[in-house]
Design a protein around this ligand. Structure first.
Ligand SMILES: NC(=O)c1ccc[n+]([C@@H]2O[C@H](COP(=O)([O-])OP(=O)(O)OC[C@H]3O[C@@H](n4cnc5c(N)ncnc54)[C@H](OP(=O)(O)O)[C@@H]3O)[C@@H](O)[C@H]2O)c1
Length: 235
């Protein structure tokens, strides 16, 4: 069976580990599409994955700012023309700029919403309108979207929106047999976490590989993961 997965925010952290997991461990996913903005890190990650992946796995990349609607649509159009269907969509790209409420700028709030909320919506909507039926959509929210955190107003608000948007997607896409899972990880040792908590020792918290393992579980029709202290699952 040949299935295709699209992972946004694939240049590092949870997204990169998810791609690695799909390439090395998935029985059914043979094509992986990686979205991230252009960077040396992204180039290096792709090169390393191409060198280490098992034979028969295909890596397709697009450098795109998912917060830029025109660029996002162009990337989706070209990738869809190339692969023909997206079976598994992992809406993982995330942005945050933690500041106290008085310093939060509306432009930054808009950027946060564009990357964290509007991009997943636009990707799902655009692909549905092409006739694509997903087997699985995983939207990455955050425990900060369940209980807002002081200093993280824009991020917390965006992730709360992701949780509720996922609920609606789950109900509306059930008729297509699409499984919609919303994962709210707690503290995970990535660059984004370092932005939020620069003093924290990353070895004391959850590693991105663990979140990637949980995401991969859902690509199997019978895969289930039970809520844990570290990752809250809505499915
Ligand atoms: N780490 C945690 O503690 C934690 C907890 C709960 C939820 N999460 C969520 O997990 C997801 C992954 O984050 P992470 O922790 O793995 O952080 P990360 O290592 O900083 O990775 C974030 C990814 O998002 C991409 N991204 C950011 N802005 C983008 C944009 N405008 N266009 C395209 N890609 C963009 C980045 O790619 P480029 O910058 O290379 O474009 C990068 O690949 C996010 O949704 C985050 O909110 C993280």
């Amino acid at each position: 069976m040949t299935e295709t997965a699209l992972v946004t925010g694939a240049s590092r952290g949870i997204g990169l580990e998810t791609v690695r997991r799909f390439l090395h461990n998935s029985e059914n996913i043979t094509n992986v599409v990686m979205f991230a903005r252009p960077s040396e890190d992204f180039d290096a990650a792709v090169e390393e994955l191409r060198a280490s992946s098992p034979v028969g796995r295909r890596i397709i990349t697009r450098t795109v700012d998912v917060g830029d609607r025109d660029a996002l649509h162009a990337a989706l159009e070209s990738v869809y023309a190339e692969v023909g269907s997206i079976d598994h969509l992992i809406n993982n790209a995330g942005y945050t700029n933690p500041v106290p409420l008085q310093q939060a700028e509306i432009e930054d709030f808009e950027k946060t919403m564009a990357v964290n909320v509007y991009a997943p919506f636009l990707i799902v909507k655009w692909l549905l309108n092409q006739g694509n039926t997903f087997k699985l959509i995983v939207n990455i929210a955050s425990t900060a979207g369940i209980n807002g955190r002081s200093g993280w107003l824009t991020y917390s608000a965006s992730k709360a929106a992701v949780i509720n948007m996922s609920q609606v997607m789950r109900e509306e896409l059930a008729i297509y047999g699409t499984r919609v899972v919303c994962l709210s990880p707690g503290r995970t040792a990535t660059a984004l976490r370092r932005t939020l908590a620069p003093e924290e020792d990353p070895t004391t918290i959850m590693q991105p590989e663990h979140v990637a393992r949980v995401i991969e579980t859902f690509t199997s029709p019978v895969g289930r993961f039970i809520d844990s202290e570290n990752i809250v699952v809505r499915q």
